[in-house]
Design a protein around this ligand. Structure first.
Ligand code: CU
Length: 154
């Protein structure tokens, strides 16, 4: 399955030049005793004329992610109200709309499960986002404490 997608992605990447950038990559320092944590980032996407001409069967999407040094199991989560409480729900893919898509506390985020190492505030790790059609995106994520992340929320 993954192989087929990679082949398709590489064929399409040849002709489709979408404008996609990733910024503000942050990994939350895991809480004591927790074997998982979250990562946040902002994706800025615009369909170029060349990608529109391809008449792709679905919007460009993030279908997964890897942060090899930390976790082999990264999921895309959204946060939603279920029976009166906020719950995290796994989604199979994150469809991109024109403009900015923010992964942030209390909303969409990457969930890093089964931590191989415990990231510490101040460290940086490469994050790779798996795309449906275009080349994988990468960014350097900075590890921040929960206090730092909460303070940056404004
Ligand atoms: Cu989550």
């Amino acid at each position: 399955m993954r192989k087929t997608m990679l082949l398709f992605a590489s064929l399409c990447a040849f002709s489709a030049q979408a404008e996609i950038t990733v910024s503000d990559c942050v990994i939350r320092e895991p809480a004591p005793g927790m074997n998982m944590t979250a990562a946040y980032l902002t994706i800025d996407y615009s369909d170029s004329e060349s990608i529109k001409k391809l008449r792709l069967p679905s919007p460009e999407s993030v279908v997964g992610a890897s942060i090899d040094n930390i976790s082999a199991n990264v999921e895309i989560h959204k946060t939603q109200m279920v029976d009166g409480t906020m719950k995290m729900v796994r989604i199979p893919a994150l469809k991109l709309k024109e403009g900015k898509t923010q992964l942030k506390p209390g909303g969409l985020h990457l969930m890093l499960k089964g931590l191989k190492v415990r990231p510490k505030a101040g460290e940086t790790y490469p994050v790779k986002l798996w795309m449906t059609y275009t080349e994988d995106l990468t960014c350097q994520a900075v590890v921040k404490t929960s206090a730092e992340i909460n303070a940056g929320q404004g």
